[in-house]
Design a protein around this ligand. Sequence first.
Ligand code: CAA
Length: 273
Amino acid sequence: MTVDANLGGSAEAVSASELAEIGLRYEVDGAIATITLDRPDKRNAQTFATWSALARIGEHIPDQVRIVVVKGEGPSFSAGIDLRMFTPEGVPGQGSFVSAASLGETTFERRIADAQRGFLWLRRPDIVSIAAVHGHAIGAGFQLALACDLRVVAEDVKFCMKEPALGLVPDLTGTKPLVELVGLPRAIELCLTARVVGAEEAVRLGLAELAVPAGELAQAVQDLAGALLATDRGAATATKRLLQGALGRSLEEQAIAERREQIVRIRTLFASG
Ligand code: CAA
C-alpha cells in the first residue's frame, strides 16, 4: 500500500504533492515505512522544509509500522544542507543563515529545535530505523544516517561531517550517536578534519552494520527488515528501550530496568487471566 501522505495534525497537512515539492517520498507497505530523499538533481540537499516534513511524518507514522527505512534517490544519499542557506537570498520561503543570524535567542533556538525534531523520532523504541546509505552522506546527510538505529551502506558510500569545515557545528542530533559509535577521539578526528569515511572503514568503526555492493543495497535492507520483523514487537520495543538506556545507567540501575521490563513481558505472555 502506498499512502497518500495527508499527514494532517497540529501543523498544516503535508500532501504527497507538497512532499514531492520538498523533495521527499513517503510510502507505507505493511510494517515497513520508507522515506526517500528525492531531489537527486540537487544530490538530495536538505532544507528546513525537509526537516519539518520528516517531523510530521514521524508524528503520523501508522501504528502497524515497525521499521522505517530512510534512503536517497540518485547518486547520493544526501549532500547535506542546501547550500543556498549560505547565501543572502537563501531558500525561497525559508530564509538563510544570513537572515537567521539576526534572530533573537529564543526564536533561533526554537528554529533549530524544530529542525532537530525531524531526526529525533527515528530513535523511538517502538520502531527500528534503518538508513540505506549510498554515495555521499555529507553534513546533514551524515547526521540523518546517524539519527537512524542502523546503517546499511553501499560500497561507494562517502560519509563526511563537513560542518566544522564550514565554520559551523553538527547540530542535527548527530554528535551523540557519532561519539557513541566511534568513541570521542575518533569523533573529534572525523569532525575536525571533515575527512571522508568509506564503506570498509565505516563498518570497521561501527558507523555501519553492513556494507554491500551498490546493486545489493535494497535487498540487504529488505533482508534486515525481515529479520527484525521476525521478533515479537513487544519484546523488540522493550529490549530496544533497555539497550538505549544502558549507557546512561549504572550496572545496578540497568539490572533494575531489566527486571521491570521482564516482569511486564512475562505477565503479558504468561498471565492466565
Ligand atoms: N545544496 C544545494 N545544491 C547542491 C548541494 C547542496 N548541498 N550539493 C550538490 N548540489 C547541486 C549542485 O549545485 C549541482 O546543481 P546544478 O546541476 O544545478 O549545478 C547538483 O547538485 C550536482 O552537484 P555536483 O555537480 O557537485 O555533483 P557531484 O556528483 O560532482 O558532487 C557532491 C557531489 C560531492 C555531493 C558535491 O555536490 C558537494 O560537495 N556538495 C556540497 C556538499 C556540502 O558542502 N554540503 C553541506 C554540508 S554541511 C551541512 O549539511 C549542515 C550544516 O551546514 C548545518
